[in-house]
Write a protein that binds this ligand. Structure first.
Ligand code: ATP
Ligand code: MG
Length: 382
């Protein structure tokens, strides 16, 4: 095990990196972040910020020289960079696992290998495949195979004409056409796996998306026990078969017929696991630190029901376009409110500026307080 006092490196300086840095520092580790942005959320709080591109040789050399072990906080870190780093330092998760998660086609093939069902789909790499795609996949959602997030790189298509137009609008890049499914709910599971194969997971969480972006996470998820067990076992199989080391999130759709299908996975902590900082005795970021340094992985325990609300940049903008500051004093007056802001200075629409976790003695009380916070901040109630 790398003992406290060692320096841990992170590829990427976003909010996930920032919360990793907080967890690492709390345990006495030093941190170094590589990110090209001078004002990155994690760069602000790390001991060192290597401000270069992700493929910059000197930047990668500096990161390696300072770090005992290296992790990543976003899935689109170039695989080549992880290969370079992995040749000299322990890197978790490894380049192979990240490469699978970066590509929806590889990801779906991996789900298949693990006997985890996913949405009916077809790969669309050419104009010919548009014509050949099974009509049963329509109405569907066309998703770019790579580089999509927060609903970006996606288009809902009702028929073949719309499919042709959407593919053109995406510049003809490799895509996956997925059948649009009737969702009863969305849930996700966060698994941590150590280098010795030990696996633990956070409680299953229920997620509400708006416009393809996560808006609200509720824990406990209030789904039946069989569904929960199926989700956790699927996530374990997925992690195990990649020989994954680190924190992995698997998103699932619960369909109206009661069946469960995997949507996608993220090779890192996930927005839907942020509640664990305030509501669990071990957070997803603590688990990321522990898997990286080779520390034991205790079974996480939810000590409070929780509701997490994302705080998008929209909340900083009035309908007439004027900039405002949300009424933090009113929100902080509510019981069990934990405010997390990521230090981003430009509150653009749809940009994740922070989140709010409400913990309470009961799920009903957490929901009631979260709804009051929604009222104060101008978030649509859930
Ligand atoms: P993330 O921010 O999680 O990375 P993403 O941009 O990669 O998001 P997905 O998770 O694929 O996108 O989709 C975003 C949301 O769109 C889902 O959470 C779900 O609400 C909806 N969605 C996606 N695929 C389908 C589908 N096949 N049928 C119905 N709804 C879907
Ligand atoms: Mg998603």
């Amino acid at each position: 095990m790398h003992s406290p006092g060692a320096t841990l490196g992170v590829m990427g300086g976003g909010q996930l990196g920032r919360m990793f840095v907080h967890a690492a520092q709390q345990m006495g580790y030093l941190t170094v972040v590589l990110d090209p942005d001078a004002a990155s959320p994690a760069g602000w709080v790390a001991h060192h910020h290597v401000q270069t591109g992700y493929l910059d040789e000197q930047g990668l050399a500096q990161l390696m020289q300072r770090s005992a072990a290296i992790t990543t906080e976003f899935e689109n870190v170039p695989a080549a960079a992880l290969v370079t780093l992995g040749a000299h330092r322990p890197v978790a998760p490894g380049a192979d696992a990240v490469a699978i998660c970066q590509d929806r086609a590889l990801e779906k093939a991996h789900f298949g290998r693990c006997a985890v069902p996913c949405a009916p789909h077809a790969l669309i790499d050419s104009e010919a495949q548009v014509g050949a795609a099974d009509a049963a996949l329509l109405p569907g959602i066309l998703k770019t195979a790579r580089l999509g997030y927060d609903g970006k790189g996606q288009a809902r298509v009702a028929n073949r004409d719309e499919l042709v137009a959407a593919r053109r609008a995406m510049g003809g890049v490799g895509c996956v056409l997925e059948k649009r499914l009737a969702l009863a709910a969305e849930i996700s599971v966060i698994v941590a796996r150590g280098a010795d194969g030990t696996m633990v997971h956070l409680p299953v969480q229920r997620n509400l998306h708006r416009d393809g972006i996560l808006a609200v996470t509720t824990v406990p998820a209030a789904v039946d026990r069989d569904t929960e067990t199926q989700a956790v076992q699927s996530a374990y199989r997925i992690a195990e078969s990649m020989e994954y080391v680190g924190v992995l999130c698997v998103e699932f759709f619960l369909l109206t017929d009661g069946s469960l299908v995997a949507n996608e996975m993220a090779p890192r902590p996930h927005n839907s696991g942020h509640y664990s900082i305030d509501a669990c005795d071990v957070s997803q970021f603590d688990l990321q630190v522990r898997t990286l340094v080779g520390a034991p992985l205790p079974v996480p325990r939810l000590h409070s029901p929780a509701v997490m609300l994302n705080l998008p940049g929209d909340l900083w903008t009035r309908p007439d376009g004027a900039q405002i500051e949300p009424d933090w004093a009113a929100v902080l007056a509510l019981p069990g409110v934990h405010l997390h802001l990521y230090g981003k200075t430009q509150p653009r629409r749809g940009r994740k500026m922070g989140h709010l976790t409400v913990t309470a003695a009961s799920a009903a009380a957490a929901r009631e307080t979260a709804l009051r916070a929604c009222g104060i901040l101008g978030i649509e109630p859930f």
